[in-house]
Design a protein around this ligand. Structure first.
Ligand SMILES: CC(C)(COP(=O)(O)OP(=O)(O)OC[C@H]1O[C@@H](n2cnc3c(N)ncnc32)[C@H](O)[C@@H]1OP(=O)(O)O)[C@@H](O)C(=O)NCCC(=O)NCCS
Length: 427
């Protein structure tokens, strides 16, 4: 088999797990107007969204049109002011906005109508007056006029469209209960809609400066304390941390690469920055179905002599001793506890997938197992290691003689391995 075929197979195998994981999930995608400037990029984006839809993902598109509106206003000779990330919208700007957004929407609908060679009908985009706006008001003496903000969202109507197999399309225009037209900040609208729908994912195409130095993965609470590198990034962080608490995961991707949507959702490590509001990985008791994942994780470490070899049968028999760390259905860490006499318990087989080492996951696993041991009434945690004693010493373990072990464990000591003994009192 050719190398490229093997790579294709591996990618397909990796992606297929995510197809299953994302099926039925709600995904809000913020689409900046810059993406519409390049027809090729727009076409590719439409195809990618169609793939997501075919995989059973429910999609809400929130489209912006900043550069198009800038051009249209300049052509019409209408001057306007900007206040932070908000355009102050006067009444004379509204017809220009309505016209321009109509054109951009039509461009998007055309892109969605062109492709899908394999399916009978093009994917249907559906838009409506589901977002109720109110004026942003007068802030610090500045009247924002027809610049609005979200007041209410007709969540049921949006869900009905999603459940009918269509893609929801929202533009920056929304209407007040008094029947007036308002211009909303698109990203702000995307955040409120995602929050209201308690979306599984909010996918945001950002600029390079908004992405600057952002960690690959960060919790929403850590993002709040992240030292922003520039004003654009500061505004993005404020918006996300204030308005997306109900969203499970936010994916930030560079707008210069529209195809990052697929890579971000269907590869293990993604391409952009992931902000998670839920626990990105969980530590839980292992089940019999986890045996294969544990074997995949520990086999390379056994081959290097770092861990004692365990057969599948032994793992199956001892599975109740194990805890696993799981991310997106993959076992990326494991550890086991084996009880002995004198309220002592052995920590064994602590391992973190090499792709994920150095992110304190080993520390988190250890802390969780220490807690478990304490809760089960043990007051001494011990382990035997050939390669990792320094790491454990740094985590509070003390090198100890063999005869400090419970006597039944001493009799099992393998003199060929010459493992070092380390003990931690669980106070
Ligand atoms: C030990 C292990 C679980 C740590 O996992 P981890 O998620 O990388 O741990 P953390 O992120 O909390 O810690 C990383 C730090 O430990 C250091 N470290 C990793 N292995 C080490 C070792 N054998 N000796 C000393 N330090 C080690 C790293 O250099 C890193 O240091 P830094 O923060 O100064 O850069 C992981 O390296 C592993 O799976 N090792 C192989 C299996 C093993 O030896 N298990 C113990 C037998 S019971």
């Amino acid at each position: 088999m050719k190398k490229s075929d093997i790579e294709f197979l591996n990618s397909l195998r990796q992606a297929s797990g995510y197809v299953h994981l994302h099926r039925g999930k709600t995904c809000v995608i913020y689409l900046p107007g810059d993406l519409f400037l390049d027809n090729q990029a727009l076409q590719e984006f439409a195809e990618d969204v169609s793939h997501l839809h075919a995989f059973g993902i429910k999609i809400v598109l929130v489209m912006g049109a900043t550069p198009q509106i800038d051009i249209a206003l300049a052509k019409a000779g209408v001057h306007w002011q900007q206040q932070q990330q908000f355009r102050i919208t006067s009444s004379e700007m509204l017809p220009v906005l309505q016209r321009t957004l109509g054109e951009v929407r039509s461009q998007l609908e055309a892109a969605f109508s062109r492709q899908q060679p394999l399916s009978g009908h093009p994917l249907t985009l559906c838009s409506g007056n589901w977002v109720i706006a109110q004026p942003k008001g007068v802030i610090n003496g500045i009247d924002f006029q027809y610049t609005g903000q979200t007041r209410k969202i007709n969540e049921q109507a949006i869900r009905a469209i999603l459940d009918s197999g269509q893609v929801v399309l929202l533009t920056p225009l929304a209407y007040s209960l008094t029947g007036e037209v308002f211009n909303l900040n698109t990203l702000e609208q995307a955040c409120s809609v995602a929050n209201k729908l308690q979306a599984d994912k909010l996918m945001v195409f950002t600029t390079a400066s908004q992405m600057q130095d952002l960690p690959r993965q960060v919790s929403l609470s850590d993002l709040k304390t992240f030292q922003a590198r520039n004003t654009d990034q500061q505004q993005l962080i404020e918006l996300l941390t204030e308005q997306t608490r109900q969203v499970k995961r936010i994916h930030l991707m560079n707008e210069s690469d529209p195809s990052s949507l697929i890579i971000e959702l269907f590869s293990r490590d993604g391409i952009g920055s992931l902000v998670f509001t839920d626990r990105y990985h969980q530590i839980r008791p292992a089940q019999i179905e986890d045996v294969s994942g544990i074997i995949d994780l520990i086999t390379p470490l056994e081959q290097k002599g770092m861990l004692v070899k365990r057969s599948r049968e032994r793992l199956e028999l001892e599975i109740q001793n194990f805890s696993v760390m799981e991310r997106d259905g993959h076992i990326i860490g494991c550890a086991a506890l084996y009880p002995f006499e004198d309220q002592a318990v052995e920590l064994a087989c602590l391992a973190v997938d090499t792709h994920y080492q150095g992110q304190s996951l080993g520390e988190q696993l250890l802390a969780q197992l220490e807690l478990q041991a304490k809760q089960q009434g043990f007051n001494r945690l011990f382990l035997l290691t050939t390669h990792t004693h320094h790491w454990f010493i740094e985590h509070g373990f003390v090198p100890s003689p063999l005869d400090a072990l419970p006597s039944s464990r001493q009799s099992l000591y393998n003199y060929q391995r010459q493992s070092k003994v380390l003990i931690k009192e669980l106070t």
